[in-house]
Design a protein around this ligand. Structure first.
Ligand code: SPV
Ligand code: MG
Length: 431
């Protein structure tokens, strides 16, 4: 008996999947590959049910003879392992980023004379609706909030990019690259105090108040599904912080990072060039504990940011604080530095990891920007935040355009550097 292989990466079965099974049965024994969690998240399909539940769902379908794991979104390994006579897939992968998957299937099948069967993709309102409902579900607070913790378990390092508006949120949500035959994208979003303030033309000194920050978060949430880490500055007064924890948790924010400074906060990238005061360990621990106490779910994270290296207080102070903050209930540690060389960050992480292998470590490599994600992960770092690069790339582009229009008394000269609006609106979803 011949075998027919197909891969599913869905939490909900629709007519399109049933059609594939129906067609596959005509060729032989049907083997369905269940795409693993870590492959699904790179493929822009964040799972809303567990891998085991997905396997059970596929097994329960009439016409499916066996379910196996597909660990990689490329087909090379699974096809080499199973050597099916046929692979069956909808013809929708002939264009767009999925062509790379199609190529991998063809490559693997050609090794032994296997065949690819492509059937017309089922385009119906019902199928479209299932896809839409799945995406909408991911935007709901209860799904979005827990997604950061889930990602921590699924990927070697959670890649986070700054967003400060609906549009930058869409860039964080939808930018996908195909490289070396693999798809990649950002995992989470950082609502930076620096960029949120800058977008409003204000300095980064906790001047933009929480109501305004919440408005920014809501704008981003309206059009995205990825988890949000909020830059909570100092967290403000503990008496206020507890209310804000409740609000953020209810909205579906996944984490707030608060830094151990007090008084008038200035941006860390100024370091010791401006007057900044570090909070005492006791006060900051009390703030963390108070926040943890009011939290209602296990999903929300309060991450403690240590400014000792920024303020040149030394490694020992940084480490002492890290262990004290974890003891007080912090769900993660962010260690910051403004050195070009990541050596002090790595030294901190290596020392911290000698005693603590569990607590997530977050870094913001704005200054030490030559480090790769792989190097960061090898020192036990779990979350990397690209904290301001979108703002810094947009600002000079906008300024240059304004200058050119002024100089030329018309817009023709700049037009070649501009994206047509037709292209911009492809980012925006239509309901
Ligand atoms: C921010 O993005 O606002 C941050 C990170 O707090 S940093 O600017 O490096 O301090
Ligand atoms: Mg900040």
């Amino acid at each position: 008996m011949k075998t027919v292989y197909t891969c599913f990466c869905t939490d909900v079965i629709h007519a399109g999947h049933l059609n594939i099974i129906e067609k596959a049965r005509q060729y032989g024994r049907v083997v369905v590959g269940a795409l693993s969690d870590k492959a699904m998240i790179r493929y822009d399909r964040f799972p809303t049910i567990s891998f085991e539940e997905r396997c059970r769902l596929y097994e329960s379908l009439e016409g499916v003879d066996e379910v196996v794991v597909q660990d990689d979104m490329l087909y090379d390994d699974v096809i080499a392992r199973l050597k099916p006579d046929y692979v069956i897939h909808g013809d929708n992968w002939k264009t767009g980023p999925e062509t790379t998957l199609r190529q991998s299937a063809l490559r693997a099948l050609s090794q032994y004379g296997g065949e690819l069967i492509e059937i017309p993709y089922t385009r119906s309102d019902a199928v479209k609706k299932v896809d839409q409902v799945l995406r909408e579900k991911l935007a709901m607070p209860e799904y979005r909030r827990k997604r950061l913790k889930q990602l921590g378990k699924m990927c070697p390092i959670v890649k986070t990019i700054e967003a400060h508006s609906g549009l930058t949120g869409l860039i964080a949500e939808k930018t996908v690259v195909e490289q070396n035959g693999k798809l990649d994208q950002f995992d989470a979003m950082w609502v930076s105090s620096l960029c949120d303030s800058t977008a409003k033309g204000k300095p980064d000194i906790e001047l933009v108040d929480m109501s305004s920050r919440l408005r920014t978060i809501d704008d981003i949430m309206e059009v995205t599904t990825k988890p949000i880490i909020l830059d909570g500055d100092t967290g403000g007064l503990t008496e206020h912080f507890v209310y804000n924890v409740r609000t953020l948790e209810r909205m579906g924010v996944s984490a707030v990072i608060i830094e151990d400074k007090t008084g008038l906060k200035k941006n860390s990238l100024f370091g010791t060039e401006v007057k900044q005061t570090q909070d005492t360990i006791e006060n900051f621990c009390a703030k963390i504990s108070a926040g943890k106490k009011v939290q209602l779910t296990d999903d929300f994270m309060i991450i403690a940011r240590i400014e000792s290296l920024i303020l040149e207080k030394g490694m020992e102070d940084a480490l002492n604080r890290a262990f004290a903050y974890v003891e007080a209930g912090a769900d993660g540690i962010m260690i910051h530095s403004r050195k070009k060389d990541p050596a002090e960050i790595f030294a901190f992480c290596d020392k911290f990891r000698e005693k603590n292998q569990e607590t997530p470590i977050v870094v913001v490599p704005t200054s030490f920007n030559s480090v790769t994600e792989e190097e960061l992960a090898s020192h036990g770092i779990n979350i990397v935040i690209y904290a301001n690069q979108l703002t810094r790339s947009a600002f000079p582009a906008m300024q240059k355009t304004a200058v050119e229009i002024l100089k030329n008394h018309r817009a023709m000269e700049v037009d070649k550097t501009l994206m047509p609006f037709k292209e911009i609106i492809t980012l925006i979803d239509e309901l």
